[in-house]
Ligand binder design. Structure first.
Ligand SMILES: [Zn+2]
Length: 280
């Protein structure tokens, strides 16, 4: 068993503050610790047992995510609906002159870029998971590379870079955002969606499997701060709760689900930010 980074002096990976507090985890997370920066509110995982790290390349990452690792009808329906919803939202912030080219980092089975390609966009995806890559590349015939973002290189600049439930899982947050910024054209748009952990209680009670996949745990404030420090201007912040048609009945009959419906916006479980590359 190898422990990554035990005992080094902890600094916040976003703002470098040394005002760091260890979070008490109520569930049985034995293989890592989570700390919160008191200055910028970013939470991050430390002292991880390397043997328990999820690998993007071995096919064990998607099985830990809620949506699962099977590209079946349910999966396709979910991601196509999400793709339409996301691009409708993004289009509100796109300038007339924006180059309609998109890079999807962690594109999964490729359903978002397939939808954009059908709307006339030039698309590129990166996906290290063998099963997801195979679907995107061989079933959908999309322009996708099987690699990690850290291994990806390109001279091309994109009009849109899209990270849906991935920024929180990639190591080296600062390096990732610097590379994304450099890969956007002037006025290029960044889309980021992550779990909203504006309430630290949610991290404490999160299921262990979900904590295993994440490396960073963002609140509204820490995601805004992190993006601004990496050269982005925030255009829109939205928190929301997913409502599937088949869960409306559950909402009506479950008192807890019904009460969650009235949760303040700040604590809704998902967080989406649209940002623009600031002019150099
Ligand atoms: Zn910080």
């Amino acid at each position: 068993m190898k422990i990554i980074s035990k005992n080094k002096k902890l600094l916040c990976p976003n703002c470098s503050s040394n005002k760091i507090k260890k979070l008490k985890l109520y569930l049985s997370a034995k293989d890592f610790e989570i700390f919160t920066c008191m200055a910028c509110d970013l939470s991050f995982k430390e002292n991880t047992n390397e043997d328990k790290e999820l690998s993007f390349e071995d096919g064990d990452y998607y099985s830990k995510k809620n949506v699962g690792d099977k590209v079946n009808q349910r999966y396709k329906k979910h991601f196509l609906r999400r793709a339409k919803n996301h691009i409708d939202h993004i289009e509100n912030f796109i300038g007339k002159d924006l180059n309609k080219s998109v890079l999807d980092i962690g594109c999964g089975a490729g359903l978002f870029i397939e939808h954009l390609q059908s709307k006339g966009w030039k698309v590129e995806g990166i996906e290290p998971d063998p099963n997801m890559f195979n679907h995107a590349k061989n079933k959908l015939n999309l322009n996708v590379q099987k690699k990690l973002f850290s291994e990806w290189e390109s001279e091309q600049k994109f009009g849109l870079i899209y990270l849906s439930h991935i920024l929180d899982d990639l190591p080296n947050l600062k390096g990732v955002l610097t590379k994304i910024n450099a890969s956007l054209e002037k006025e290029g748009i960044l889309f980021v969606e992550v779990p909203n952990l504006s309430s630290k209680l949610r991290i404490n009670f999160e299921k262990e499997a979900e904590l295993l996949a994440g490396k960073y745990f963002f609140s509204i404030n820490s995601l805004k701060d992190t993006l601004e420090r990496s050269g982005f201007k925030i255009l829109n912040v939205k928190t929301f709760r997913l409502v599937h048609l088949n869960s409306i009945f559950q909402i009506l009959i479950s008192p807890i689900m019904f009460l969650l419906h009235f949760m303040p916006d700040k604590y809704k479980p998902y967080l989406r930010i649209i940002a623009k590359k600031e002019n150099e």
